[in-house]
Design a protein around this ligand. Structure first.
Ligand code: SAH
Length: 258
C-alpha cells in the first residue's frame, strides 16, 4: 500500500497523522525485540545473557556434554514458546505452565533427553507431546527432521504457529492426535522422545525405531523413571537414568493392555 504525502490542501494534516502513527508504533514496540538497524535491543541482550547462563549453570555444570545440544539450547529462543510468561522468567531452572494444564520441561530435562537421544544429522526423530514446540525446536536446531504429535488441539495449533514463525517450518512436521501409535508413515526413527509420562512403554513406539535407535521416555505414575530403550538386532536394551516428574500421557496408553 502506498500513501500519497503531498495531496494539495490535506498534506500537513496527513503528515501529522503519519507522525502520530509512527510514534504510536514506536511506543507499542517498547518491549519488542530487534531494532530497525539490526542491532540487539537491551531486552534481547538480557535474554541472550540469560540463555548463556542457563547453558553454563544448569546444563554444562550438571554434565550435559554434547556440543550440538548445548549450541541448540543457546540458539533456540525459549521465551518465544511460552507466550504468556514474562520473557525473563523463561530461562529459570524450572518447568513452566504452557496452558491447558500442561508444562514445558525444565531446561535441564530438555537438554538431557536431547543428549540421551544420541542423534547426529541427518537424523529423524519422533516426539510425542509437542506442547509448546520448544523440545521440537531444539531437536531441529540440532540438525534433525522432527515429527511431533500433540493430543490437545489448541496447543498443537499454537506450537505450529510459533515453530513456523521461528523458522523451523520445514524441519518440524506436526499433527494433532494420540501419539500412542506413533507415526508409522515416517518410520523408522533414529530416536523417539516421549515428553509425557506413560504407565507402560507403548509397543508401537519401540517398533518404529531403527536398529540402534533409542526411545527416551518417562515411565511411571506420580514420579517416574526416565528410561532409554535401545533397539538391538535381537531385542531391546533398557537403561534407567533418573527420577523425573512429567505430566501424564493420555489416551490409548491408559487403556487396558491389548
Ligand atoms: N515437549 C513439550 C512438553 C510438553 S508437556 C515442550 O517442549 O513444550 C507434554 C505434552 O504431551 C502435553 O502437551 C500433552 O497434551 C501431550 N500429550 C499427552 N498425552 C499425549 C498423547 N497420547 N499423544 C500426544 N500428546 C500427548
Amino acid at each position: 500500500m502506498s500513501l500519497e504525502m503531498r495531496r494539495p490542501g490535506g498534506g500537513r494534516g496527513l503528515r501529522r497523522a503519519l507522525w502520530s502513527l509512527l510514534l504510536l508504533v514506536a511506543q507499542a514496540c517498547g518491549g519488542c525485540e530487534g531494532s530497525a538497524d539490526g542491532r540487539a535491543t537491551p531486552q534481547e541482550e538480557d535474554l541472550a545473557g540469560r540463555r548463556e547462563k542457563m547453558v553454563e549453570l544448569q546444563l554444562a555444570s550438571r554434565g550435559i556434554r554434547n556440543d550440538r545440544v548445548l549450541a541448540a539450547m543457546r540458539n533456540v529462543l525459549r521465551h518465544r514458546y511460552v507466550p504468556d510468561l514474562d520473557p525473563s522468567r523463561a530461562y529459570d531452572d524450572r518447568p513452566q505452565s504452557i496452558g491447558e494444564g500442561q508444562t514445558i520441561s525444565q531446561p535441564y530435562i530438555v537438554a538431557l533427553m536431547s543428549e540421551l537421544a544420541q542423534v547426529e544429522p541427518p537424523c529423524k526423530v519422533l516426539e510425542i507431546g509437542t506442547g509448546s514446540g520448544y523440545q521440537a525446536a531444539v531437536l531441529a536446531e540440532m540438525g534433525c527432521s522432527v515429527y511431533s504429535i500433540e493430543l490437545i488441539e489448541p496447543l498443537g495449533v499454537r506450537a505450529r504457529r510459533i515453530l513456523d514463525a521461528e523458522g523451523y517450518g520445514d524441519r518440524v512436521h506436526s499433527r494433532i492426535g494420540d501419539g500412542y501409535a506413533g507415526w508409522p508413515e515416517f518410520a523408522p526413527f533414529d530416536a523417539v522422545l516421549v515428553t509425557a509420562a506413560a504407565p507402560r512403554v507403548p509397543q508401537p513406539l519401540l517398533d518404529q525405531l531403527r536398529v540402534g535407535g533409542r526411545l527416551v521416555i518417562p515411565v511411571g505414575d506420580h514420579w517416574q523413571k526416565l528410561e532409554v530403550h535401545t533397539r538391538r538386532e535381537d531385542g531391546f536394551e533398557r537403561e534407567t537414568i533418573i527420577d523425573v516428574r512429567f505430566v501424564p500421557m493420555k489416551g490409548e496408553v491408559r487403556e487396558a493392555q491389548k
